[in-house]
Design a protein around this ligand. Structure first.
Ligand SMILES: Nc1ncnc2c1ncn2[C@@H]1O[C@H](COP(=O)(O)OP(=O)(O)OP(=O)(O)O)[C@@H](O)[C@H]1O
Ligand SMILES: O=C(O)C1=C[C@@H](O)[C@@H](O)[C@H](O)C1
Ligand SMILES: [Mg+2]
Length: 159
């Protein structure tokens, strides 16, 4: 969460000249705010809606930004195995300022929640990604340029 998937994804799509789809935004446009979905119906309901949105998004030719927990779904992981996946990470030091005052339901406890959730998911991100970029001390445009260059090289690298 707050690694920059949405902001960087938008820039990558603009440079590549392809559509941009954010799966959180798809869920919100169909069902209302994420905070409301979590509080009224629970995380499981949100994940089911998210899975549908991810399936729709990945069926198009687009730059797709996922929600941070989308990889928890086995169907999504299977879909991603057929895609070019970029893993944007951020250190706990750098993320503190990014999540302050946010409305993410899973971060009600702040940075300690972020750290716990990230440690649980990190192996999934590492397994699925063809490119890893630490966004902690970098400008979004420069990160987007690296992603674009990687997609244009057409090869998988881990760094
Ligand atoms: N490289 C960066 N440097 C500084 N701030 C950044 C950087 N990337 C993103 N941010 C800031 O961090 C916040 C979260 O960014 P963004 O919404 O793109 O993250 P995300 O990975 O999509 O999060 P989520 O998992 O909640 O969807 C925003 O306020 C954004 O401006
Ligand atoms: O990491 C997560 O589990 C989440 C990240 C956000 O993008 C949203 O999808 C939602 O707040 C849950
Ligand atoms: Mg996002």
């Amino acid at each position: 969460m707050a690694a920059g998937k949405t902001r960087v994804g938008k820039r990558v799509a603009r440079v590549l000249g392809v559509p941009f789809v954010d799966t959180d935004a798809l869920v919100v446009s169909g069902h209302g705010s994420i905070a409301n979905l979590f509080s009224r119906y629970g995380e499981g309901h949100f994940r089911a809606l998210e899975r549908i949105a991810v399936g729709q998004a990945l069926a198009t030719r687009a730059v797709v930004s996922l929600g941070g927990g989308a990889v928890l779904d086995p169907g999504t992981r299977a879909d991603l195995a057929r895609c070019r996946v970029v893993y944007l990470s951020v250190t706990e030091q750098a993320v503190a300022g990014r999540i302050k005052g946010g409305k993410r339901p899973l971060l009600a406890g702040g940075l300690s929640d972020w750290i716990r959730i990230y440690e649980l998911r990190r192996p999934l991100y590492e397994e699925l990604a063809g490119l890893h970029i630490d966004t902690s001390n970098r400008q979004m445009d420069s990160i987007a340029d690296d992603v674009v260059a990687w997609t244009q090289r057409g090869q998988n690298t881990h760094d």
